[in-house]
Design a protein around this ligand. Structure first.
Ligand code: GLU
Length: 377
């Protein structure tokens, strides 16, 4: 089942895993204090999503805004990079505590992840972030992600949590991203202009759609605005993930948007094609895993590649590099990101999980290539 409308995002079959991004202006009031009443309703909405069988990852801004208020920094802590970093250090503690309390009130366990751009762009670190998120979701926790603003310098920053949310969705293998904004969605012209119409569905972002986005962010607190939301939508689209912009300024905004269908949904490109482009795009295949017939059959059924089926390993590659998977007669079967380097793969050939710790000297990963990081050819 695929996602075609905003209301599909409430359906656990079409959308089992969702990223919800909450911006500073929704989280923090003009007085620099958290908007507790709104936030506790938001925690209720997250609990409701969980109760209907969806897994949720939260991307939460607000560290800089909360910290700036505590430290009494001007311009909301965004006057300079050192100010933003100091504010984020102070604010992030408060933010983590807040989410832990809010979700805890619904019997949910919050887990904090602070990421930089490099964590999601470097393939090796990407796999680490991805497997941590997967493990947390499996264990029933709600990952709460923010950028690691206190160490991220200008060059290695996302700067806005909209694009961070799209990248996190990719790493989390999520089906959709909900960006909570202060507006109902994308409008065909500046929303203050007469006759401005909301665009309910975008099927493919082009020049016409880009022209609709205005960079004006009304709150002045976050760093987003429609331009960064559109950039996030482009990342999601290419990754085969749906992205919706909905209005967070209402009570129970997720329920409102998904029941009434009020918002803008950017539909994803076909997932497999998108994943193939992402895997193939910037990478050269660094090696080959030759696998047996049983393994080929298992891969074609959608399973991860296990060491037991690997017959031999060619090439020099590191963890996170892209490798080709071939049948014994040389037929290419799949491409994917290797969870181990070439030497480890060689040592693991033909082993079962229970033998692997002795071979590696540490606890084995669930697969040699996880199915989420593989494209069948
Ligand atoms: N990471 C920033 C914070 O927590 C927010 C970035 C944004 O405004 O999107 O304050």
């Amino acid at each position: 089942m695929s996602i075609a409308t905003l209301t599909d995002l409430a359906d656990k079959a079409a959308c089992p895993r969702v990223v919800v991004k909450i911006g500073s202006a929704l989280l923090v009031g003009a007085d620099g204090q958290p908007r507790r009443a709104w936030l506790s309703e938001m925690a209720g909405e997250i609990a409701a999503m969980r109760a209907r069988g969806q897994q949720v990852v939260v991307v939460s801004s607000g560290a800089i805004a909360l910290g700036a208020a505590k430290l009494g920094l001007e311009k909301g802590g965004r006057g300079s990079l050192p100010d933003a970093q100091a504010a984020a250090s102070v604010g992030q503690i408060a933010l983590a505590g807040l989410w832990s309390d809010l979700l805890g009130a619904h019997g949910l366990t919050a887990a904090q992840l602070l990421l930089t751009l490099e964590d999601l762009e470097d393939r090796r670190r990407y796999l680490n972030a991805s497997s941590t998120i997967a493990r947390l979701l499996d264990a029933g926790a709600v990952p709460v992600v923010n950028e690691n603003d206190s160490v991220a310098t200008e060059e290695i920053r996302f700067g806005d949590n909209d694009r961070l949310a799209a990248r996190v969705a990719q790493a989390a293998g999520a089906d959709a991203v909900l960006l909570l904004s202060d507006i109902d969605g994308l409008y065909d012209r500046h929303p203050s202009e007469d006759g401005a119409q909301r665009v309910p569905v975008v099927q493919g972002i082009d020049q016409r759609i880009r022209a609709m986005a205005s960079s004006a962010s009304s709150s002045g607190m976050g760093s987003g605005g429609m331009v960064s939301k559109l950039q996030a939508a482009e990342i999601a689209e290419r990754a085969g993930i749906a992205l919706a912009i909905i209005n967070g300024t209402y009570e129970r905004p997720i329920a409102r948007a998904l029941v009434e269908g009020t918002g803008t949904i950017f539909l994803p490109k076909r997932r497999d094609g998108a994943r193939k482009a992402w895997l193939g795009g910037r990478m050269r295949l660094k090696g080959t895993l030759v696998v047996d017939a049983g393994c080929v059959a298992a891969l074609r059924k959608g399973n991860s590649l296990l060491a037991a089926g690997v017959l031999s390993v060619e090439g020099k590659f590191s963890r996170g590099d892209a490798v080709s998977v071939c049948a014994e007669d040389g037929t290419p079967v799949a491409n994917g990101l290797a969870e181990y380097d070439a030497a480890e793969c060689t040592a693991l050939c033909g082993t079962r999980r229970e033998e692997q710790e002795a071979v590696l000297g540490y606890a084995p990963r669930p697969a040699v290539i996880h199915r989420d990081h593989m494209v069948l050819l």
